[in-house]
Design a protein around this ligand. Structure first.
Ligand code: PRT
Ligand code: ZN
Length: 284
C-alpha cells in the first residue's frame, strides 16, 4: 500500500483532493474529521495532518509520500526528495519593509533585523546574495513586527501583496518562488515504488491535459496548409471535409498559450467557427 500525507485543512487541501480525483482515485469516506481515509480503487491510504508535520512524517516513513508547499519542504529540511512539482498553490517568499522607507537595492538590507517564520530559507537565500542580516524568528503575525519595533523588515509568504500593504509594508525583494510539491521518502520498498510510478503516470496525464485544449475550426481548403502550420497538433491535425464545397473542419490539440497567441493568425488565415474544449486526460 502507498501512504500519502496531505494537509488536513488549509490552502492545499482541496487542490490535493482534486488532483487525486482527476487521477481517477476516489476516497472511501470523505469525512476529514477522521485522520485517515482509504481509496476505493487504488491501493492508497491518506493521512490528514498539519502541513508542517508532513516532511517529518515522510522522513520517518509513516507516510511514503506527501503534498506540501515547497516553502515548508525547504524550511523543514528533512531527508526526503521532491518527486514531482504540482504547479498549484503558487506563492513567493519576499522581504517587506515599511512603505515610506527608500529602497535602492538588496545592499540596503545589510545589517537589518528581519522577522520571519522561515529562518532557514531566509538565512540560505541571504547567504547566496552575500548580505548579512539578523533573523528574528516568530511563528505568526509576522507582518506586525516592524510596527511594534520588533524588526526592521519581514520575510513572509506573499500572494497578492494585500497583507503587506494593509500592514504599511511594501515588497522589495522576492527570495523564493514556491508551489505545491509531491515529496517522497528515500529507499521505498519495490511494491510501494510501483504504486508511486502508477500515481505519477496518472499525474503526468492530468498535467499534460490541463495545459492543452482540443481545438476545432472550419476553413476553406486553400487555407489548410497555412492553418496547419499555425496548429502543429500532437502529430498532425485531423482534416474532415465539410458538406459545404471547398471547406474542411480541422481538429487539433493546442496549448492554452499557443491558442491565445495564434488566434489572430488563425482568423487572418480564414478560420471560422473556432471552438475549444477542455481535455480530461492526455495519456501518451
Ligand atoms: O494549519 P496548517 O499548519 O496545516 O496550515 P498553514 O496555515 O500553515 O498553511 P496554509 O493553509 O495557510 O498554506 C499552505 C501553503 O499554501 C503554504 O505553505 C504555501 O506554500 C501556500 N500558499 C499559497 C500560501 C499562500 N498562497 C498565502 N497567500 N500560504 C499562505 N498565504 C498567506 C500568507 O501567510 C500571508 O499571511 O496569505 C498571506 C499573504 O497573502 P496576500 O494575498 O495578502 O499577499
Ligand atoms: Zn502550517
Amino acid at each position: 500500500m502507498l501512504t500519502l500525507a496531505i494537509q488536513k485543512s488549509g490552502r492545499l487541501t482541496d487542490k490535493s483532493m482534486n488532483l487525486l480525483g482527476e487521477c481517477g482515485i476516489s476516497i472511501q469516506d470523505g469525512d476529514r474529521a477522521k485522520l485517515k481515509a482509504k481509496a476505493k480503487n487504488f491501493d492508497l491510504e491518506i493521512l490528514f495532518m498539519r502541513d508542517d508535520d508532513i516532511p517529518e512524517c515522510v522522513s520517518d516513513e509513516i507516510a511514503d509520500i506527501g503534498i506540501v508547499g515547497e516553502n515548508v519542504y525547504l524550511e523543514k529540511d528533512r531527508d526526503i526528495n521532491i518527486v514531482k512539482r504540482l504547479g498549484f498553490s503558487q506563492c513567493r517568499l519576499s522581504i517587506g519593509i515599511p512603505k515610506e522607507q527608500k529602497y535602492n537595492g538588496i545592499e540596503d538590507l545589510q545589517g537589518i533585523t528581519v522577522a520571519t517564520s522561515y529562518p532557514k530559507i531566509l538565512r540560505n537565500e541571504m547567504e547566496k546574495r552575500d548580505v548579512e542580516i539578523e533573523i528574528h524568528e516568530i511563528s505568526g503575525s509576522v507582518e506586525i513586527a516592524p510596527s511594534i519595533e520588533l524588526a526592521d523588515a519581514v520575510f513572509d509568504i506573499v500572494s497578492t501583496g494585500s497583507t503587506l500593504r494593509s500592514n504599511g509594508l511594501k515588497e522589495v525583494e522576492t527570495l523564493l518562488e514556491s508551489e505545491a510539491v509531491l515529496v517522497g521518502r528515500k529507499n521505498m520498498p519495490e511494491n510501494v515504488q510501483d504504486l508511486l510510478e502508477d500515481l505519477l503516470f496518472r499525474i503526468d496525464s492530468v498535467q499534460r491535459a490541463n495545459k492543452r485544449k482540443y481545438i476545432l475550426l472550419n476553413a476553406p481548403n486553400d487555407s489548410i496548409d497555412e492553418i496547419c502550420d499555425i496548429l502543429p497538433g500532437i502529430k498532425s491535425p485531423t482534416i474532415i471535409p465539410l458538406k459545404k464545397d471547398g471547406w474542411s473542419s480541422i481538429h487539433s490539440v493546442i496549448s492554452e498559450d499557443d491558442f491565445w497567441n495564434n488566434i489572430k493568425a488563425l482568423e487572418d488565415a480564414g478560420a471560422e467557427g473556432v471552438l475549444t474544449f477542455p481535455i480530461e486526460k492526455m495519456i501518451l
